[in-house]
Design a protein around this ligand. Structure first.
Ligand SMILES: NC(=O)c1ccc[n+]([C@@H]2O[C@H](COP(=O)([O-])OP(=O)(O)OC[C@H]3O[C@@H](n4cnc5c(N)ncnc54)[C@H](OP(=O)(O)O)[C@@H]3O)[C@@H](O)[C@H]2O)c1
Length: 265
């Protein structure tokens, strides 16, 4: 057998490797965040996983460690910016610079616009946009010193289109897509890329009620060319690409991962 055919056999492929890089994924004790944390760790990253419940974070971390992955636990409420920044600073001191940041924690509130309480609007905007902006900017300042960084925000197809009863969520997600463009402009000179992934409908705990709703499934399958729910792994694969060195020329983009939902009339 020729040397070229042998090359790479039994080794992790060099392309898309994240070997040794420290990554933080907020809201990663289940769902899309957990799948993304796993995928990043499988590519060789050391991954900090997060959620509000320390027990759920510990359970998720232990499952990943059983598969030989390098995981650091960081339970904190991403809505508490001071606590988030203090925790992240301690982790950077202990484990070195964060090179990959996925801003993923979010909440939903469903109510018609005309009765939507302003406090709820502010709560959703705070967690889904403002707190991500604050922690992301703090991490960006560290990345600037490293002259390297990958920032990925979890947007949504509902940030690209309107949808009834979720007006705070869609506005916050549209804001995250704008954040990716704006930060990409400002951080490009520092070799930091910033992109958004916009998941379509992905089966997680976030939308358990919708998955069981026959009318909603009919509505969804009528609109999604692939006629199915996505899986958290679909998003995780896109995240791995955007987190890689190989994606260095891709910045400020919003990548819809949605089975064709946003391209079909
Ligand atoms: N699923 C979809 O169809 C879909 C579509 C488009 C976009 N998205 C976006 O994808 C992201 C993840 O959604 P998902 O469906 O994976 O949700 P999920 O299954 O409900 O998981 C949410 C995760 O975030 C954590 N979390 C929630 N609030 C938090 C907070 N304040 N601070 C820290 N962690 C928090 C949860 O843990 P704790 O509860 O223990 O805190 C959990 O780990 C969100 O940004 C969501 O908007 C989802």
């Amino acid at each position: 057998m020729s040397a070229s055919k042998d090359q790479g056999k039994g080794q992790r492929p060099a392309r898309f490797s994240l070997d040794g890089q420290l990554a933080l994924v907020t809201g990663s004790s289940r769902g899309i965040g957990l799948a993304s944390a796993r995928a990043l760790a499988e590519q060789g990253a050391r991954v900090i996983i997060n959620g509000r419940s320390a027990d759920t974070v510990a359970q998720a971390a232990n499952r990943l460690r059983q598969d030989g992955l390098e995981i650091i636990e960081a339970p904190f409420d991403a809505a508490d910016v001071q606590q988030s920044i203090a925790t992240v600073d301690r982790l950077i001191q202990e484990h070195g610079p964060v090179r990959i940041f996925m801003a993923n924690a979010a909440m939903q509130h469903r109510e018609s616009l005309l009765t939507f309480p302003q406090e709820k609007f502010e709560e959703v905007l705070w967690l889904n946009l403002t707190a991500q902006w604050a922690l992301g900017r703090h991490l960006a300042s560290h990345m600037v010193q490293q002259k390297y960084g990958r920032i990925i925000v979890t947007g949504s197809v509902t940030g690209l289109q309107g949808r009834k009863d979720i007006s705070a969520y869609t506005i916050a997600k549209a804001g995250l897509h704008a954040l990716a463009r704006q930060w990409a402009v400002e951080l490009s000179p520092h070799h930091i890329t910033v992109n958004a992934v916009a998941p379509g409908y992905i089966a997680t705990e976030f939308n358990e009620a919708l998955q069981k709703d026959e009318h909603f499934n009919q509505w969804l399958f009528d609109r999604v060319p692939q006629q199915k729910w996505g899986s958290p792994d679909d998003i995780a694969s896109a995240v791995c690409y955007l987190a890689s060195r190989e994606a260095s020329f891709v910045t400020g983009q919003t990548l819809a991962v949605d089975g064709g939902f946003t391209i079909a009339l």
